[in-house]
Design a protein around this ligand. Sequence first.
Ligand code: CMP
Length: 139
Amino acid sequence: MAIERTLAIIKPDAVAAGHIGEIISMIEQAGLRILAMKMKRLSRREAEEFYAVHRAKPFYSSLVAFMTEGPVVLLALEGDNAIQRWREVMGKTNPAEAAEGTIRRRFGTNIERNAVHGSDSPETASFEVPFFFPTAELL
Ligand code: CMP
């Protein structure tokens, strides 16, 4: 299996609710290695650029407002098949459809306030990881 890198975000809802520790624990238990991690409040511009692929969607402005309402935790992860593995640990985008035991099922509120983000493909990961982490910050 290929060693991959992926970007994880613990979103403002999960940070505010005090779930950082449990989510990081689930990342480690899944065998994903944390290459870099930082907590910050995204600027409006960062959130707009990060989610630019969704610019035409009806939920775009609400998503940008949500992602900038409070601090997030950004993590660069690495491991065998890391992109798919992290997506399995997160669960489906809509917490109501996510499998029992996944992060979104446990901690998500609705399709927007869904606790975590993960890159959805190698192409997305190659945009998203360097968006927040210059190579020199990956340990
Ligand atoms: P994420 O995996 O970060 O990718 C895009 C985000 O947009 C998604 O998680 C949700 O937070 C949000 N999102 C996706 N679909 C919808 C929707 N139908 N309505 C509102 N927000 C959405």
